[in-house]
Ligand binder design. Sequence first.
Ligand SMILES: [Zn+2]
Length: 208
Amino acid sequence: MSTEYETLLDRAYNKLPETVKEHSRFVTPKVVALIQGKTTFLKNLGEISKAVNREPDAIAKYLIREFGTSGTYDSQHLSMKGQFRQNQIQEKFETYLAQYVICPDCGRPDTKIMQERRISFLKCEACGSRHPLAAIKATVPKDETKKIAVGDEVTVQITRTGKRGDGMALLGQYVVFVTNAREGQRVRAKITGIQGTRLFANAVEILK
Ligand SMILES: [Zn+2]
C-alpha cells in the first residue's frame, strides 16, 4: 500500500474529533414523495426539516430552484410542478445537506448558518469548526455526490481499522467506513449513508 494512500486515510480519520468518533452517526432522513398527474408532492417536508434543523422554507426553495420549476409549500408539505421521482428528490436533498448542513470536518449535522459581513458561514456546534458556505460548495461537486447513492453496492479493499472497529477504505474521493469488515479483506458493501465525502456501508460479501 502506498504511503500517500495511508496519509489520505490518516487525514480523513484524524479529522474526526473524538466526540464524533464515539457517538452514533447521523442517519440521513428519507424524503417521501408522490407524483400525482403533473405535480410532485413532498409529503414529509416538515419532518425532514426538523430532523436536520433547517427551516422548511429553505429546503423547499432549494428544491424548487434545483428542479427549475415552480411550487407551493407550507411548514409540512411541498408541491412542485412537474414529475420528479422520490430518488431524484432524495439526491437533491442530500446535496443540500452536504452544502448547508453537514459539517465538512466531523460529518455531524449539528450546525448553524451564520452571517458575518455579508459572508455566510456554516458553524459546527459539535466540533467548533467554521467554513464559508461558498467554500463548502466548491468541495462537494454535484456530479460527485450523484455518482454514489444510498443502496448502491461497491467493492472496496479494506486497508485499515477505524477506532470503532469499522473497516476503512478509499474509493475515489470518498472514505468508506464498512461495518462487519476487517483490514485486509476485499468486500462488496452496500452504502447505507453519505456525508459529504464520507460513505457508510455494510459488508454484504467478503470476497477474499
Ligand atoms: Zn464539526
